[in-house]
Ligand binder design. Structure first.
Ligand code: BJ8
Length: 424
């Protein structure tokens, strides 16, 4: 802890304010995670990562910088990590998931901005997150209006490169996205002084595909009728995937999956037979946003799948790793990323198809469509999500929430009533 303090001080962090965050996190983590029964042994790794969330990984990133490496902070799953790792850079997710950072964001952003954006901006401007201090450059993207304006504010403080994400999925849009990826390639090459070769890009495509495959394996375990892991623990793994070392993360997640598959073979389940299986869809749940999973899993339900960026959108579809030239590899990367179905696209019918497919694959008894307050995109798309789920005969509950605890009781009442309704 003493060493961490020195590191945080050297990073120019507001130590007094940061101490307040350090005081509440362990309690929240203990209440949500450690109180669960029959957790897999393999969760020890993720517990350890979270217990020292502002210590272990930040010191690794600083070590990387000491050796001349660069760190790139990202906020969206459209930004291709493959390009960053191909120049021996490190990509680290920076989305903020705590109410602690929101007031800092509200100093410069309208109150009616989504909490994810306010928390991300607040974490930087209030100097209370080492990841935001360490990144040499931020990579933003033109997904929603709030983010576009947030980049302008952040760029006054940190160098920020913004990728222009097309918002339709025609052939010309995929081509435009491939061009944006080429521009990112030039940007990171300039920043690191390293050239991307087909060999290097092939290695990083395999590295990131490996992480996706490990997450696919984890999620496949959640399709089973005897569940070897809770949704709360699975969410934590998805959240850690955004900033952990990808090679180590893949190894640890595969080791955990060995244990989970053994549990499945032995017929062991962490929940009772009558529990209601809930799928979540909607806006991302950035770390440490564990509110909904905790409420659902202490109200007679279990979360079996998240159709979210902290969920299936992050790992479904691999990049074709058979291409041999940098141009072809970039095209393959562009095609894979344009397969993600975010509500910033129009039309976005692929997401509706995904939700219905996933609800069936994971044998969900019901779906909760969750929207972060002030996210117009997902809120509006909820119209189609809920209509089509009803048509498909899948019960659905629409919820809106933020990072505060003020609505926890109300959410618990609504979720309990939904689960009771599923119990028939
Ligand atoms: S691919 S969901 S990570 S943009 S919730 S900031 S959209 S107002 S986070 Fe997202 Fe990429 Fe899409 Fe995923 Fe704006 Fe909505 Fe806030 Fe959002």
């Amino acid at each position: 802890m003493t060493d961490n303090k020195k590191m945080w001080g050297d990073l120019g962090m507001d130590l007094e304010l940061h101490d307040q965050l350090c005081e509440v996190l362990p309690q929240a983590f203990g209440d949500v995670f450690l109180s669960q029964e029959d957790r897999p042994k393999g969760m020890d790794y993720y517990n350890m990562v979270v217990a020292d969330i502002h210590g272990i990984r930040p010191s690794e990133l600083l070590e990387h910088q000491k050796k001349g490496g660069k760190v790139f902070g990202t906020f969206c799953i459209y930004v291709p990590d493959e390009i960053i790792f191909a120049v021996d850079g490190i990509a680290t997710g920076l989305c903020g998931g705590s109410q602690f950072w929101v007031p800092g964001g509200e100093k410069v952003l309208p109150i009616n901005t989504c909490p994810l954006i306010k928390a991300s901006v607040g974490a930087r401007l209030d100097k209370t997150c080492p990841f935001f201090r360490i990144a040499d450059m931020y990579i933003g993207e033109t997904t929603c209006d709030g983010k576009k304006k947030a980049w302008e504010i952040l760029s006054e403080d940190v160098e920020t490169h913004v990728m222009d994400l097309p918002q339709m999925k025609r052939a010309k849009d995929i081509e435009a996205w491939a061009q944006e990826i080429s521009i990112l390639k030039e940007k990171v090459e300039k920043e690191t002084g390293k050239k991307i070769t087909a060999e290097k890009l092939s290695e990083s495509i395999k590295l990131i595909n490996g992480k996706r495959k490990a997450l696919q394996r984890l999620y496949n375990c959640r399709k089973k009728s005897n569940l070897p892991i809770t949704g709360t623990d699975s969410l934590l793994i998805s959240q850690i995937a955004f900033y952990d070392d990808p090679k180590r993360f893949t190894e640890m997640t595969n080791a955990l999956c060995d244990e989970l598959e053994k549990r499945i073979e032995d017929g062991f389940s962490v929940v009772g037979k009558d529990i209601k299986r809930i799928m979540l869809t909607g806006t991302p749940l950035a770390i440490p946003n564990w509110k909904l999973h905790n409420i659902i899993e202490t109200s007679g339900g279990v979360v079996v799948c998240e159709e979210m960026c902290t969920g299936t959108r992050y790992f479904e579809n691999l990049v074709d790793d058979t291409k041999e030239t940098v141009d072809d590899q970039i095209q393959a990367i562009a095609e894979r990323y344009m397969n993600i179905n975010c509500a910033c696209f129009t039309p976005n019918t692929g997401r509706i198809d995904d939700i219905i497919r996933l609800a069936k694959e994971y044998d969900a008894d019901g779906v909760i469509d969750v929207n972060l307050k002030f996210c117009n995109l997902y809120d509006t798309e909820g119209y189609f999500v809920e209509r089509e789920l009803k048509k498909a005969g899948i019960p659905v509950l629409g919820l809106e929430t933020d990072y505060t605890d003020s609505d926890a009781q109300q959410l618990r009442t609504r979720i309990s009533a939904f689960i009771e309704m599923l119990n028939g």
